[in-house]
Design a protein around this ligand. Structure first.
Ligand code: FE2
Length: 224
């Protein structure tokens, strides 16, 4: 169950053990909605082929196992116990949905309200925050994800994960509740930006859905 993952499911994650369905949610906007920052063809292939393949392979990996009825966040919490196919494809399935929902057409600009206050308090300024998250993405060797999270001490933190790992996983070096992510796999940018990952990351800031990030922040605060 990926719907409302940052809301009620988080609060119930220790008790949920009911039959869940794993949904491949529609992209929340048209393929060309993020132009010119993220081009239509990239989005079409990224969502329709890459994300869909993670989803299909995740379902195949859990088929006929107890994992079919476990909430995905509970799977992540114990990911070290499960086959690598569950880790890679479950992560790929979850991370991409989270990434899509963190962007929107005509996004970007600056965060507002409590989110903005927390960012400035933690990092000193929005520009410093932007630099640190961008750097996390630029310096991730190979493929992976850059994350803004709220950690167990209710502090904002920035780090990256390799491959399709995410901050919910027990194997993650750092853990937390994700607030915003940047996919830095080459498939996220290569058609438009080729090897220029920093250019893609700079463009990403023009499509951030700050309203969604604010919601995630409010929900994460409720969990702690
Ligand atoms: Fe991706």
């Amino acid at each position: 169950m990926i719907k409302d993952m940052n809301n009620n499911n988080l609060k119930n994650q220790t008790t949920m053990n009911t039959l869940t369905t794993f949904e491949f949610k529609p992209l929340p906007y048209a393929y060309n909605a993020l132009e010119p920052f993220i081009d239509m063809l990239t989005l079409e292939i990224h969502y329709g082929k890459h994300h869909k393949a993670y989803y299909d392979n995740f379902l195949n990996a859990i088929k006929g196992t107890e994992l079919e009825s476990i909430d995905i966040l509970d799977i992540f919490k114990n990911i070290s116990k499960y086959p690598m196919a569950v880790r890679n494809n479950g992560g790929g399935y979850y991370n991409h949905t989270f990434y899509w929902e963190g962007m929107k057409a005509h996004g970007g600009g600056l965060p507002t309200g409590k989110l903005s206050e927390a960012i400035v308090k933690t990092f000193g300024s929005f520009e410093e925050f932007k630099k640190q998250l961008s750097d996390a993405g630029k310096t991730r060797f190979g493929s992976g994800w850059a994350w803004l999270c709220l950690d167990e001490e209710v502090r904002m933190c920035i780090f990256s994960t390799p491959n399709q790992d995410n901050p919910f996983m027990d194997i993650a070096e750092k853990k937390g509740i994700p607030l915003l992510t940047i996919d830095v796999w080459e498939h996220a940018y290569y058609l438009k930006y080729q090897n220029k990952r920093p250019d893609y990351i700079e463009a990403f800031w023009n499509v951030v859905n700050w309203e969604e990030v604010s919601k995630r922040y409010e929900n994460a605060l409720k969990v702690h």
